[in-house]
Design a protein around this ligand. Structure first.
Ligand SMILES: Nc1ncnc2c1ncn2[C@@H]1O[C@H](COP(=O)(O)OP(=O)(O)OP(=O)(O)O)[C@@H](O)[C@H]1O
Length: 580
């Protein structure tokens, strides 16, 4: 049985290492020594979690309870813990300081099970129970162990790397060769439970990459689209017959139905069932299949009759974000009515449909979804004629939609989970009008505001993802376009991610250092006009190339639906600059 101290010491070591290769090698070495459930549990722990993203993984311990637990464990007043917390800014470090020397004996299983117990304590008296459970394990833990137990409990492990490093390490640990990393990453698109993925790979080696299949209750990563610059390009990308579908600007949703149970998952794989009771009720009426997984978009939408005409109105994405709440769901259900437009089917009664071509999937979708109430199918035309697609696009934009998604009808057009696929192309109004580009960027720092903006941020330092290095590199400073409400919401979101120095996976030039460092967590959409070379930023910087910078950026909206690793990549910025 592996001891937890080995994991804690490795975490400590990894915090100091910056080399991608070295981090992966160390993780691989660790996983090769694990057996049975330890593999699964450690995979979650490395991502600072106790289970897959699509399950409820919050432990329900905030700072206040952790302070109480630490004080109880080490027999000091809560005021003392708070004083030290104010100085170090990290309750894990406080636990480390207050602990006394002891022998390490906890196993990974001991700690994992205790975290589960903390998570599961619910109802009356659960706060005391959670505090007691944490306090008790801290008493048994060594200083290093205590530090990481506290960080794990608070969801602040912050090792400075994401799941991609772990997948690369699995390739070395479980198949003996890094060459299977690509296949493992593909498998992760289908089996999004990292623990289950790790365990299966540990048991079966490289062969396991052929084992994974979609199953109801476990969301797959969404298939994404490429963009085209012109209708001519569209013609060359998809020859012959193609389908043009309306592109709805809302929240991506994957609905999983097994018997009476219906769950909705977001593009980030979070369970969003509770936010959309209206969608769930309508799906129950309109989708009779026993077991089914369908993919679509929820939009803020109303439909009504006027002078015997059916009028439909689509509202901007921002309206829909009012539905992102834990409380007052019924009130906002009235305030912000929605509809769902389904465009794909991935699973039906025991059979995965992901390898079937799109025309077959669409036919099955039509057979299994009854359009009624707020349940719709994505409207589309199927044609070989590019002028017809142009007309369809114009009608779509006229209706207030942002554009179309053109889909291949070829026999190879499978559902590619987690990929920006060459079977789907988006064409938006803003491209056709030569409007400026939009960029989804990760906030990595903020600068103090002055004058009217005093007390808030003056500008945000934003970065793109360097995919090879899995590192965030700065591209621009965004200081305009924020309403007061935007600024307030951004301050609220960022406050949970303030760190004392630049995280290891963020690269910032000395002259660009922000007043406050933010760990990569919040993605914003920014309108920008020109990409230039700039020695001030690190995006795409190499030994021979200067960094890239985005000029005249303007904030558009928060991308709640995107995780930092879904942000725009350096390559995408470079392609835009070079007009590829
Ligand atoms: N008919 C449709 N078919 C496929 N995707 C659609 C459709 N209508 C709306 N969408 C949405 O459009 C997105 C496709 O755009 P893309 O994959 O580039 O995502 P993105 O990076 O979020 O870009 P965007 O900012 O354009 O939404 C899908 O993720 C989906 O949520």
């Amino acid at each position: 049985m592996a001891r937890f101290i080995e994991l804690a010491e490795l975490f400590e070591e990894l915090e100091k290492i910056t080399s991608h290769k070295e981090i992966v090698r160390k993780i691989a070495e660790f996983f090769s020594g694990l057996k049975g459930d330890e593999v699964k549990d450690s995979a979650y722990l490395f991502l600072g979690s106790t289970g897959p993203a699509f399950e409820n993984i919050t432990l329900g311990i905030k700072d206040r309870l952790a302070v109480r637990a630490i004080a109880g464990a080490y027999g000091v007043p809560e005021g003392e813990v708070e004083k030290r917390y104010a100085r170090t800014g990290d309750l894990g470090d406080v636990a480390f300081e207050l602990n006394r020397e002891k022998e390490a004996f906890l196993t990974i299983e001991d700690v994992f099970q205790r975290l589960q117990q903390i998570k599961e304590a619910s109802g009356k008296g659960s706060q005391e129970e959670k505090t007691g459970l944490l306090s008790d394990i801290l008493q048994k833990a060594t200083s290093e162990e205590g530090k990481y137990i506290v960080r794990l409990v608070l969801g602040r492990l912050r090792l400075g790397f994401g799941d991609q490093f772990l997948l690369e390490a699995f390739s070395i640990a479980f198949t003996g060769d890094k060459k299977h990393a690509g296949k493992i990453k593909e498998s992760y698109g289908v089996c999004t439970d990292i623990g289950e993925l790790a365990k299966t790979l540990a048991e079966h080696g490289a062969r396991a990459t052929g084992f994974f299949s979609i199953k109801p209750g476990r969301p797959v990563k969404s298939m994404l689209s490429q963009r085209v610059e012109s209708f001519e390009e569209l013609e060359s990308r998809i020859q012959g017959k193609k389908a043009a579908e309306e592109k709805y600007d809302g929240e991506r949703v994957q609905i999983h139905k097994t018997g009476d149970e219906i769950k909705a998952f977001s593009r980030r794989l979070e369970n969003i069932t509770a936010q959309y009771p209206d969608v769930i009720e309508e799906v129950r009426r309109s989708v009779p299949a026993e077991e089914i997984v369908i993919d679509g978009e929820i939009v803020a939408y109303v439909e009504f009759e006027k002078d015997c005409n059916r009028i439909e109105e689509f509202y901007p994405f921002q309206n829909l974000m009012q539905r992102r709440r834990k409380y007052e769901i019924e009130k906002y259900r009235e305030k912000c009515p929605v509809a769902v437009f389904f465009f794909d089917i991935l699973y039906l009664n025991g059979e995965s449909l992901m390898k079937k071509p799109y025309p077959e999937r669409r036919a099955l979708l039509e057979m299994n979804v009854v359009e009624q109430g707020i349940v719709h199918l994505a409207r589309r035309i199927v044609t070989e004629n590019i002028e017809e697609i142009e007309d369809f696009f114009n009608e779509t934009v006229e209706k207030g939609l942002e554009g179309i998604v053109v889909k291949s009808m070829s026999s190879k057009s499978v559902y590619e989970a987690g990929k920006r696929s060459w079977f789907w192309f988006k064409w938006k109004q803003e491209y056709s009008e030569g409007m400026r580009e939009t960029f989804d960027l990760v906030v990595v720092g903020s600068y103090y505001g002055r004058g009217r903006r005093k007390g808030s941020f003056g500008a945000l330092l934003c970065a793109v993802l360097n995919e090879e290095e899995q590192r965030f590199e700065t591209l621009t400073k965004v200081g305009t376009g924020f309403t007061e409400a935007d600024a307030e919401e951004i301050n609220r979101l960022l406050s949970a991610h303030i760190v004392s120095e630049a995280p290891k996976n963020v690269s910032i030039k000395k002259g660009m250092l922000p007043d406050i460092f933010i760990e990569p967590a919040v993605v914003i959409e920014v309108l920008g006009s020109e990409i230039t070379n700039s020695p001030g930023h690190t995006a795409g910087e190499g030994t021979e190339e200067t960094g890239l910078a985005l000029r005249f950026p303007r904030f558009l909206r928060i991308r709640y639906d995107k995780a930092p690793y879904d942000a725009m990549t350096v390559k995408e910025v470079r392609d835009l600059k070079e007009g590829v």
